[in-house]
Write a protein that binds this ligand. Structure first.
Ligand code: SIN
Length: 277
């Protein structure tokens, strides 16, 4: 197995393995590499969806998304289809997956089948580095603060109606949990590495507890920009049959909507996580 780091901030491309036949020793190496690099990329993996599920399952049980409809064949798999001629709308903003859950997703595995000739990249941002780069005074201010996360804005904004009416390639089902709010620490400690990471994101973090609306807005606006500075990022250019796995406990990601004329088809599964502390 060859592990090659892709930027100074995060991400590694792994070659020399097939994800449908990883030995336990190889899986341990992949697991360690994920903890080291935050996101891993594997090209030329012509595997079945069952094999994608089985690979993700080695990290833990998989989730069924409460809002985004899964596939009939396996509700744990989301078919992330962007038809030619439409704008992309899934994951097209900085976020960590499902931070509005009480126990947000530990990781996600995305598998590409059809990719545009250009565009449709995914960006990733390392939230350990975002934390490390804060001043000691800002770290002190943020330590102990709690932020409110919810799906309410992301899943009710204009344009989602058609998804609930099942008129789009990716469809949603209403679930009352969309309106619920959960509270997570602004700085979380990664349960496996023990490192501290910034844990707020533009898509799902609504406000900081105990602050006025104006204070919370100003602080979150600053943190959202800081968290995704280019120095903390890597960018993956997809090819067909590539697999990415990322660690939502220390990374944010962003699907770039810049390939309107072309189709893009991916399959995504998410792995259960634990309550951030
Ligand atoms: C996601 O947010 O999981 C989707 C990422 C992508 O489609 O590139």
């Amino acid at each position: 197995m060859n592990i090659e780091q892709v930027t100074g901030a995060c991400g590694a491309e792994i070659t020399g393995v097939s994800l449908d036949s990883l030995s336990n020793a190889e899986f341990d190496q992949v697991h360690t590499a994920l903890l080291d690099h935050g996101v891993l990329f594997f090209r030329d993996q012509n595997i079945s969806l069952d094999a994608q599920v089985a690979f993700a399952n080695r990290f833990g049980p998989l989730e069924v998304h409460p809002i985004v409809d899964g596939m009939d064949e396996n509700p744990r798999i989301t078919k992330v289809l962007k038809p030619a001629g439409e704008s992309a709308s899934f994951g097209t903003g900085w976020h960590t997956d499902n931070s509005f859950f009480e126990t947000p997703s530990m990781g996600s595995v995305l598998y590409s089948k059809t990719v545009p000739p250009f565009g449709g990249d995914t960006l990733f941002a390392n939230q350990y580095l975002a934390y490390d780069a804060l001043s000691d005074t800002m770290k002190e201010l943020l330590t102990g603060l709690q932020a409110v996360h919810s799906a309410s804005e992301a899943y009710t904004v204009d344009g989602t109606q058609e998804k609930y009416e099942k008129k789009t390639a990716i469809t949603y089902s209403w679930d009352d949990s969309i309106l619920e709010e959960v509270v997570h620490p602004v700085i979380r400690t990664h349960p496996e590495t023990g490192r501290k990471a910034l844990y707020v994101n533009d898509m799902f973090t609504l406000r900081i507890e105990g602050m006025s609306k104006a204070e919370s807005r100003a602080l979150l606006d600053y943190l959202f920009v800081h968290a995704t500075r280019p120095e903390f990022c890597c960018r993956f250019r997809w090819t067909p049959n590539a697999v990415a796995i990322w660690d939502n406990r220390c990374m944010q990601h962003y699907a770039v909507d810049d390939y309107q004329a072309f189709e893009r088809l991916m399959y995504r599964v998410t792995i259960e996580g634990c309550r951030p502390v």
